[in-house]
Design a protein around this ligand. Sequence first.
Ligand code: PLP
Length: 402
Amino acid sequence: MCSNLNKGFVMAHRAGRHFLQIPGPSPVPERLVRAISAPVIDHRGPDFALLGHAVLSGMKRIFQTSSPVIIYPSSGTGAWEACLMNLLVPGDKVLFYETGQFAKLWRSMADRLGIVTDILEGDWRSGVDANRIEDALKRDTGNAYKAVCCVHHETSCGITSDIKAVRDAINVTNHQALLLVDSISGLGSVEYKHDAWGADVTVSGSQKGLMLPSGLGFNALSDKAIEVSKNINGQRSYWAWDDMLRANADGFFPYTPATTLLYGLKEAIAMLEEEGLLNVFSRHKKLACAVRDCVSHWGLETVCQVERQHSNALTGVMMPEDVDADKVRQVILEQFDMSLGTGLGKLQGKAFRIGHLGDINELVLMGTLCGVEMGLSLAGVPYQQGGVEAAMQYLTSHGEET
Ligand code: PLP
């Protein structure tokens, strides 16, 4: 038996490839690496307009919207700010639903921008309860809330929320609030329908389901959002939608775009559409079901406690009370060169997150789960062996899930 495990962590070259199984940035496939390595072109020249039109119209199909999509050279946080700055001014009131750390961070950004926020606190183990939003809106008879903000796919917990139910809650109360949604980690991995679900703005980013490096932020708009923004007398410049929309009409941007990432985005859209968006979603669902069978076999809890709200792009795994989840992650990184997501906010040290989104298939998933199971063993976590077999069993007995 080999007993010569490497005890010290050395950042030297390691054979094989690193497993980047955090819930974004997700691994960038070779095809996209090649696309973004093409030479930069003149962003005011005729060739650029072709690229601009291709990505602007392609992203409409990914968001499932007929309204414009704005593309910023920014991270997702920038796109959050753009959404708020184009629609709200200091003193405006907004209702946030706290599903986890990202909803909390978005809300604290709004606070810093002088927006008055009310919060419906969640338990971080379940998604948005649209009934609570409906009750809050019923009480707001004067339409003081200018917007309802929620996270479609809460990356800190692995929870998906029903955005259509939130839209219904707004409609049933005849409330005028805009619906602002973060699907930074959901878009391109799990179903998202900007128009059909009635979102006014959907915020997203390039480094998750779109399989690119970080650096592109998105705002998908509605006609109502565009109208409201025209009448807002707030301060904005870099993020201003109107400048963007004017330039985008001809395929250009008002300032230097992230050209190489846009090459990658064009290719990423092609990859998603060659596979078919519905097939992409069912691939993610099948892999996620296998992960959940595995975790349940280990005798561990997922962070998400509501069956229909489980994320298909990542799984949050709770550790037993006396186990430090970050120590387990550390063992797995040192021994098997695999990065897992840390617990965020109040889940720090209590849970870790397995990313299974983007450019991933059955064998990469099985490698990931093997690494986790071996790590649980080495870190001395009490668990029931055989989770990996349970996942294999799932994958071999199920087709793509719809
Ligand atoms: N919202 C969600 C749901 C996220 O997952 C993230 C990043 O992981 C963000 C917002 C922030 O995006 P970024 O780190 O690209 O600024």
